[in-house]
Design a protein around this ligand. Sequence first.
Ligand code: HEM
Length: 233
Amino acid sequence: MRSDVEYSPVGEGLGMRDFWLYAWMRRAAVIAAHVTGVSLTIIIAVLSRPGTSLFSWHPLCMALAYCLCMTEGILIFSPELSLFCFKSRKWKVRLHWFCQTLALIVAATGLGFIVASKNLSESRHLATWHSRLGICTLAASALQAACGVCVIYPKLLCLSTPPPRLKLYHGTCGLVVYLLATLTIMAAMLSDWYQAMVKGPVWWAIFLLPVFPALVVMNQITNGYLPRKKISS
Ligand code: HEM
């Protein structure tokens, strides 16, 4: 018996494919997510003035890892559009791999800088919400990467092909990692260091900036993985 529930991008079963305004709005949202991720990286890079202290490399590395590499590594699968406009799934998977590996390496470097900086100033570790959320984000990112390696090399789990459930877990856990990273970056903007530099309406504008790519990523992942009831016309 044929199941009438299948995994399909939202709107397909509703005849939304022909609805050009809807398609253009989704495309515009994805472009805006790319622009927001890049802008946030530039803003944090300028504010942290890399090279002025050991600490200054931490915000830069973390913004490069999460706002740039991780965001682009996920948006590459966006059906609407991706920065590199790759059509082939094989190349998208390769680029995803590359971006996420780079994100992990740069994030680990950023962690090294903040730990070294705190040791030097003899400050207490993991004393703020940002630092605790940050450790959870880094741990979840490492687990997520291990799950991704098993999807590509199922032989590590003594399987010939990756079970669909594993792909589903990889996608949905990816969403959790991205949301954790978003919360960590927003919590960083509550730090004394950041609040001493950015104030007033500009603070609010930058504070809300990470929410936008998070919403686009959430929409992309839930549309890609959640089962939808097919409505036949
Ligand atoms: C998702 C990205 C980020 C992660 C995973 C992360 C992780 C961490 C961790 C684990 C610590 C504490 C280290 C320790 O206690 O030894 C920390 C500290 C810190 N981070 Fe981040 N960070 C991220 C992004 C940022 C950004 C973008 C900024 C600046 C805008 C920033 C500013 C700070 C500051 C000021 C501290 C020292 C004060 C504190 O411990 O809260 N971080 N970060």
